[in-house]
Write a protein that binds this ligand. Structure first.
Ligand code: OFO
Length: 165
């Protein structure tokens, strides 16, 4: 049986995962418009992954007898200045998600809610992977810069990542 506080936090996280999915899908639309088709595919595939994160929380809430509540999801930005900015924002967003997961884990630990604590370990591991993934993408800009050819190469690389993930 989850506490009211843990239910509130799990629901907030579930809604945030929805937002993550919408954010990446919206970013993929911008990339597609600008001709970054590899990045568009990568972000679109990642948006689908975020929906799986949302589902994990949705299912867990319902399985434990709490009600999963979907709320109004804030609209993500749809205008961006550059490919680099898009990918910097994904990394910033993943760091925010990590901090929210950590808050949630701390709350379950404080309340000795071992079931929720255990369920959230999957997200702890996942956030390590997410930060590594988006951090590595930003490293490509440091190595290659932002000139036309570099952007072409980075976009091509992201197309390969979209297929690998
Ligand atoms: Fe990108 O990990 Fe969920 O939000």
């Amino acid at each position: 049986m989850l506490s009211a506080n843990v239910i509130k936090l799990l629901n907030a996280q579930m809604n945030l995962e929805f937002y993550s999915s919408n954010l990446y899908l919206q970013m993929s639309a911008w990339c597609e418009q600008k001709g970054y088709l590899g990045t568009a595919r990568f972000l679109s595939a990642h948006a689908a992954e975020e929906m799986q994160h949302m589902r994990k929380l949705f299912t867990y809430l319902n399985e434990t007898g709490a009600e999963a509540k979907i709320e109004a999801i804030e609209a993500p930005a749809h205008q961006y200045q550059s490919l680099r900015q898009v990918l910097e924002l994904t990394f910033e967003h993943e760091k925010l998600i990590t901090s929210k997961i950590n808050e949630l884990v701390s709350a379950t630990l404080a309340e000795k809610d071992w079931s929720a604590f255990n369920h959230l370990q999957w997200f702890v591991v996942e956030q390590h992977e997410e930060e590594k993934l988006f951090g590595n993408i930003l490293d490509k800009f440091k190595i290659l810069g932002e000139e036309g050819k570099s952007l072409f190469l980075i976009d091509k690389d992201l197309a390969a990542l979209a297929t690998a993930n």
